[in-house]
Design a protein around this ligand. Structure first.
Ligand SMILES: [Mn+2]
Length: 453
């Protein structure tokens, strides 16, 4: 029998995994001694019992025979691939266009399993990132089961990212993980990693010989995207961030098995996708809360299949949110400009992880937004968060445009942006007062004279 070494144990007389016409078999060397490299083609003799070949000899093929074997290996691999037809979950033109990309991503994952390549995943720390990772894990599990390939579950590892950037320190962490394996990994970044800030670490990862896959919907940086062997990104196909990562991963998974749609619906609600169902789900709120605990994937998965635990955690989230709004309401400071109320909230008192600072500002805003035109401004020395209702927008408020205007004043804004009625900016050190005075002036100019109420 001839075959290609796809994996081997760390030993001077290693056991191998070999791709051959029978699929991928384990080769045990008891009566023979050899040490071939991963990727090399070998001639094998021995006794095959189930998926294990007890080898009596393992010899390197001649160059001439190797060329033939390479063609055959492509055929063996092809025969192991699984694909199925699938429909788009929601009516979004970009999803139809992306079907070949979803298939390409699914196939790349299948090829990693066939080739015994470790799959190392980093996912963003919210409902969208978590559900994306669940789809990826399920895809791999289903494929292993369906194909009968000997891929160990321990070759799939998923890590929650604490920042929406792939940085050098994250690369170093993955390097340590990858050093346990005999071949370079396929690294998959979910719901983060296609941006400019990730470029240096991506470049370094590529230099290590790693395969890189991205599934993301955040504004991409083209040079970063170009470093991925497979990039699943709606912006490349006429889509936008509306096609969020959980939704994208649903389709990648659906190219291999009948993936559950519920996780994608949770992700769409969590990311406020316009394609989200009108129905309300507790799960995304609970996932965002649980993500603060940095659970292993299987614990998130267990949570989503346990209605009682979802209910219990949801009640806890509700209580924490209500308490935070009561406290914020006590601390707010209201000024009337013309006919628009501006409520200021100094959020530097917030110490707990939940609800997040933006969530507290949002909660306070929702609490009073039906009482006429309203702008809510949450701030501390590092950031300013804006929320506004329709009345305030009609009166001339436009958070993103105002942030752009303030950016033209040098030295105040570090970064920022968003939408007309919801946006935020980061401040340069010591610039809170400058930003506040500028805002007050702007409120007066646009809404009318101010008075404390
Ligand atoms: Mn997302």
């Amino acid at each position: 029998m001839i075959g290609q070494v796809v994996y081997k144990s760390f030993s001077t007389n290693p056991d191998y995994f070999v791709l051959c016409e029978k699929g991928v078999v384990r080769v045990v060397q008891r009566e023979t001694t050899s040490d071939h490299e991963i990727g090399e083609f070998v001639q094998l003799h021995g006794a095959l019992k189930r998926n294990v070949l007890y080898a009596s000899s393992v010899e390197l093929l001649s160059d001439e025979k190797e060329r033939e074997a390479q063609k055959e290996a492509a055929v063996w691999t092809e025969a192991l691939l699984i694909g199925r037809d699938f429909d788009a979950l929601v009516e979004a033109p970009a999803l139809e266009k992306m079907k070949p990309v979803f298939r390409q991503a699914a196939e790349a994952l299948e090829r990693a399993v066939i080739g015994m390549q470790p799959i190392l995943v980093r996912f963003d720390e919210d409902a969208d990132g978590i559900t994306s990772a669940l789809y990826l894990q399920s895809l791999v599990e289903h494929y292993i089961e369906k194909s009968g390939l000997p891929y160990p579950h321990s070759f799939f590892k998923a890590f929650q990212s604490e920042a929406p950037i792939f940085e050098k320190k994250h690369l170093q962490h993955l390097e340590a993980v990858a050093s346990d394996f005999a071949r370079e990994p396929l690294v998959v970044l979910l719901d983060h990693g296609g941006n400019e800030e990730s470029f240096p670490a991506l470049k370094a990862a590529k230099a290590l010989g790693w395969d890189l896959m991205l599934v993301d919907h955040h504004p991409p940086f083209q040079d970063s995207l170009a470093l991925f062997d497979v990039a699943v990104h709606p912006a490349q196909h006429g889509g936008s961030s509306a096609e969020n990562t959980g939704l994208l991963m649903y389709h990648v998974a659906s190219a291999v098995f009948a993936a559950p749609a519920s996780w994608a619906h949770f992700a769409m609600q969590g990311d406020r996708s316009p394609y989200a169902l009108k129905k309300f789900f507790k799960e995304p709120i609970v996932l965002d809360y649980a993500s603060l605990q940095n659970w292993p994937l299987k614990k998130y998965r267990a949570l989503l299949s346990d209605k009682n635990q979802v209910d219990v955690l949801y009640q806890r989230c509700l209580r924490l949110r209500e308490e935070s709004v009561r406290e914020a309401f006590k601390r707010r400071n209201v000024q009337l400009f013309g006919s628009v109320n501006v409520q200021w909230l100094d959020i530097s008192y917030l110490k707990s992880d939940y609800p997040p600072k933006g969530g507290v500002v949002q909660g306070l805003h929702e609490h009073v937004e039906n009482e006429g035109p309203l702008v809510t401004v949450g701030f501390d020395k590092e950031r300013v968060i804006f929320r506004a209702n329709a009345g305030a927008e009609e009166a001339g408020f436009k958070a993103n445009a105002w942030i752009s205007d303030l950016k033209k004043r040098p030295g105040i804004v570090a970064s920022g942006g968003g939408h007309a009625r919801a946006a935020s900016m980061r401040l340069k050190p010591g610039k809170l007062n400058a930003a506040r005075s500028w805002l007050e002036e702007r409120f007066k100019k646009v809404f009318g004279p101010g008075s404390q109420s």
